[in-house]
Design a protein around this ligand. Structure first.
Ligand SMILES: C[S@@+](CC[C@H](N)C(=O)[O-])C[C@H]1O[C@@H](n2cnc3c(N)ncnc32)[C@H](O)[C@@H]1O
Length: 214
């Protein structure tokens, strides 16, 4: 049983259980069954309160979306958004993802989003960063052909680290910018239309937002 940090959390999760995946590891290899269709499946790791994945799910009804968040109280906010909107192409699960292969078979994901991931600033914690090269390799290992990983961050140091890890893993960069929300880039990059809570906050403060797709 997970540790619960919000009062009546179990009841609140239960209220929205139609959109909650309680045992995501058991869904490995059968996500199409979970959604009841063969539409492409996209995952966001560390979805926070869910603004980004909700707006993607709303804009793309022919795709399926999964939002995972390690903090239950935060995940609840994403879950409540999905339930309130009856967003049937979106599911939420609560876990701190370590090995993505615990939840997905090779070929099961069409894409993966990492948005404003925790920087883990100490050098000795580099392996915990979600863009560590071994993790990138694991993400790519569960992708369908042509599947991509997209990463956005306000943290310039984490972005440079990520570019080094991409090179180390030998992946090609498909798109990249260090200023996603410049007026010109707003027109070029599709992802600029789908912002996260952190993105709105930092971009609103005038901070450049870095973006890379591999
Ligand atoms: C800085 S917040 C960003 C939230 C959201 N993506 C945004 O941009 O507004 C990072 C979030 O990722 C979650 N997180 C960090 N590592 C995770 C992991 N391994 N699996 C799932 N969630 C994770 C944290 O709990 C936190 O809510």
């Amino acid at each position: 049983m997970r540790q619960r940090t919000v009062k009546n959390l179990e009841e609140k999760l239960e209220l929205n259980s139609a959109f909650l995946i309680d045992n995501p590891r058991a869904c490995k290899g059968r996500w199409a069954e979970v959604f009841g269709n063969d539409n492409p499946v996209y995952l966001e790791v560390g979805c926070g309160k869910g603004q980004f994945i909700m707006s993607r799910a709303r804009a793309n009804p022919d795709c399926n979306y999964i939002a995972v968040e390690g903090q239950d109280s935060v995940a609840l906010r994403a879950l409540e958004k999905a339930a309130e909107a009856e967003q049937h192409n979106l599911r939420v699960f609560i876990d701190f993802v370590n090995d993505i292969g615990d939840y997905f078979e090779k070929g099961e994901l069409a894409g993966l989003y990492l948005n404003f991931s925790d920087p883990w600033p100490k050098a000795r914690h580099a392996k915990r960063r979600l863009t560590y090269h071994k993790r990138l390799e694991n993400y790519k290992a569960v992708m369908a052909d042509g599947g991509s990983v997209e990463f956005k961050t306000d943290n310039d140091g984490l972005f440079e680290f990520t570019l080094e890890e991409i090179a180390l893993a030998g992946f090609d960069i498909i798109e990249m910018t260090r200023d996603l929300h410049s007026p010109e880039n707003e027109r070029i990059y599709e992802t600029a239309r789908f912002t996260t809570e952190y993105e709105d906050k930092f971009s609103g403060l005038g901070k450049n937002i870095n973006y890379v797709k591999i």
